[in-house]
Design a protein around this ligand. Structure first.
Ligand SMILES: Nc1ncnc2c1ncn2[C@@H]1O[C@H](COP(=O)(O)OP(=O)(O)OP(=O)(O)O)[C@@H](O)[C@H]1O
Length: 321
């Protein structure tokens, strides 16, 4: 559905009196298959929006190629635009018109006859839980409802591929979780392919089949959230011992598990990252028992995407690029 090779974009700009060239995207290769929900993750200024704008033809690449929904972004931008829905960060509903009029107008822009646009709009309102909002002005809707209206507008021409730029930014936790359900339902009910940018690791984790991590204009990781977590960090096994004197024996048993993780000891807590804790725990517990090591508790912590991000970029997602 999306195939990009060496996609790059620089901007000529000024810093004070000096003219400088900023590389926003430095050469991105990416593939998104039909029916996937792919999250595009990275810190502020990493190049997410610039990449998205090149893929949806709002911005011309300075180098590289991309096809979107089967059309080349440089040679056939009109066909690309007809095939995609784009929901921008700021949303598109600023006028005093009623929500229903906005969506019908949006459909007319795509050349859809008024009666069909109305039908389609009403269907989308139902699907996105906006029933009863048809005659409301968008500014009177809640944040979550407005985001769903933005999404409905992006879907009025029935695109197979939808770009969502930070869909849940500014929403409270409940509205975010609700929007995630709606986004997942788009795929289940309509077979939509969804490419979304996000700052939120939990969002990528909850929603996406695959995550692409971009940092300083380059993709630094691409995999399922689970595989990324497994591949990069491993699970943390933390043994809380009843008696700190058993720490050395516990450390020795923990060290026998295959993997590169280093054992660390702190008083009665002995821990280590291992590739996959689930399959190791039964034999570890038997060995500790046989060695007379009593446990207060044992914890297994799966790595978060936060850990992954820190590992691949050396920085936290919350830091500026
Ligand atoms: N029109 C422009 N002129 C000059 N520099 C730009 C322009 N647009 C983007 N940039 C720069 O390119 C880099 C990438 O910006 P981009 O908006 O793509 O990042 P982003 O990952 O979407 O960030 P955010 O999460 O803050 O939206 C940044 O350093 C930004 O300042």
């Amino acid at each position: 559905m999306i195939h990009a090779r060496g996609l790059a974009r620089t901007f000529n700009t000024r810093r004070g009196r000096e003219h400088i060239t900023v590389t926003a995207v430095a050469g991105v290769d990416l593939n998104v298959e039909e029916g996937e929900i792919v999250g595009f993750l990275g810190p502020n200024g990493a190049g997410k929006t610039t990449t998205l704008r090149m893929l949806n033809t709002l911005l011309k690449p300075t180098a590289g190629t991309a096809t979107v929904a089967g059309f080349d972004v440089a040679r056939d931008p009109v066909a690309v635009r007809r095939s995609i829905g784009y929901v921008s960060q700021s949303g598109s509903t600023g006028s005093d018109a009623r929500a229903g009029e906005e969506i019908v107008d949006h459909g007319l822009l795509y050349g859809i006859p008024r009666d069909q646009a109305t039908l389609r709009g009403q269907e989308l309102f139902e699907q996105l839980d906006l029933g009863g909002m048809w005659t409301r002005q968008p500014k009177t809707l809640s944040g979550g409802q407005r985001r769903r209206l933005d999404i409905a507008m992006g879907l009025v021409h029935d695109p197979k591929l939808i770009f969502l730029d930070e869909p849940t930014t500014g929403l409270d936790p409940q509205a975010r979780a609700n929007l995630w359900e709606h986004i997942s339902a788009l795929r289940t009910q309509r077979g939509s392919t969804i490419f979304l940018t996000t700052h939120y690791l939990d969002e990528a984790d909850a929603l996406c089949d695959r995550v692409l991590v971009i940092d300083r204009g380059v993709i630094v990781a691409s995999d399922t959230p689970d595989a990324l977590k497994r591949q990069i960090s491993g699970d943390l096994i933390e043994l809380v011992l009843s008696n700190p004197e058993h720490a050395a024996v516990a450390a020795e048993r923990l060290a026998r598990i295959a993997g590169d993780g280093v054992v660390s000891s702190d008083g009665n807590i002995v821990s280590r990252r291992v590739p996959s804790a689930g399959s190791e725990l039964p034999s570890l517990l038997r060995e500790l028992d046989a060695a007379g090591v009593a446990l207060q508790s044992i914890e297994v912590r799966r790595p978060t995407l936060d850990d992954v991000f820190l590992t691949v970029t050396g920085r936290s997602l919350r830091e500026e690029a």
